[in-house]
Design a protein around this ligand. Structure first.
Ligand code: SF4
Length: 308
């Protein structure tokens, strides 16, 4: 007779499996990790970075390449920052780590007038310190905990306020041209991370210790996307799939596609134009898959790459 598995454990296993699969696929699709990499995992104490560290540690045992992980937290000396939490957690995990202490809070307070938003200077200072730390620690990659929903929010922020069709890359060269930044959670849904973090009971450090207002525009876009997700299941997945199916010949950027080169006798590109036809909109959004727990078996049957 088999021993019944407690429901909570079963759900946690399924969540972990799904997150592992998503992270493994992103790593493979974008060539994020190579043999011999030493990866600096940026740990803020929020749900995303805890999850990223755990899943990467997990994959480290089964990955086809060898890589090292070092967790790094930046203590920015914000009032009330519980400095003991992360060292205690990381000690117990047995992972190599470094806590960098820099009083960026004082700098920001000194430079930015009261009532003005402090995030842009604060982020710039943080970025510089993290790049410097990566060099000091001999790291080849810097891993950040942004997930699929952050990427979509950024896409809409750039469209609504920046006039650009631009998201957040899963892998990029840092702005100082010296570091490769990766986002292993790029395919992970925020709600999976949220549930996983709750189940794992991570010692979350609140992100509003500095007293700064959250980015209201990002918040509004986040709410818009959550609303769509409730009203139109599958829309988020479809939009994310769209970011992976870009058709430059059917956009309007002349630097991406040679529109001037189209002449009589040119080939039909990407299906031509259906502007004069009645468009067929698929009833089931593209890229949609059932994602709730009841349907998890269907997802697990999907043929996707996972680091073994
Ligand atoms: S919320 Fe506070 S800690 Fe975070 S970037 Fe803004 S100023 Fe910095």
């Amino acid at each position: 007779m088999t021993t019944p598995i407690p429901k909570q454990k079963y759900n946690l296993d399924k969540l972990q499996k799904r997150l592992r699969r998503d992270v493994g696929k992103a790593i493979a699709d974008f060539g994020m990790i190579e043999e011999g990499d030493r990866i600096m995992v940026c740990l803020s104490g929020g749900k995303d970075s805890y999850t990223m560290l755990e899943i990467l540690l997990n994959l480290q045992h089964s990955a086809p390449v060898n890589f090292e992980l070092i967790a790094v937290n930046l203590d920015q000396k914000q009032p009330g920052f519980p400095a003991h939490i992360l060292p205690a957690y990381l000690e117990q995990l047995g992972v190599e780590y470094k806590i960098v202490t820099e009083d960026t809070y004082a700098i920001v307070k000194e430079k930015i007038p009261e009532g003005k938003t402090t995030c842009s200077l604060c982020s710039r200072l943080r970025r510089g310190i993290l790049y410097r730390t990566a060099t000091e620690l001999g790291c080849t990659k810097i891993a950040l905990g942004h997930h699929r929903d952050d990427i979509l929010q950024t896409l809409f922020l750039n469209m609504f306020y920046g006039g650009k069709l631009k998201g957040m890359p899963p892998k990029l060269m840092s702005d100082d041209g010296k570091h490769i930044v990766i986002r292993p959670l790029a395919y992970c849904r925020e709600k999976d991370i949220e549930r996983f973090a709750i189940e794992r009971k991570y010692p979350i450090i609140p992100c509003n210790l500095c007293g700064s207002q959250p980015n209201l525009q990002r918040q509004v876009i986040g709410e818009m996307l959550n609303d769509w997700d409730k009203k139109y299941p599958g829309r988020i997945e479809t939009m994310f799939t769209a970011m992976q199916n870009v058709v430059p010949s059917h956009l309007n950027d002349a630097s991406l596609f040679d529109f001037k080169g189209i002449q009589h006798g040119s080939e039909v590109v990407n299906g031509g134009d259906i502007a004069f036809d009645r468009e067929e909109i698929p009833m089931q959004p593209m890229g949609w898959q059932p994602q709730d727990d009841e349907n998890v078996a269907a997802i697990e049957r999907l043929d996707v790459f996972e680091i073994k």
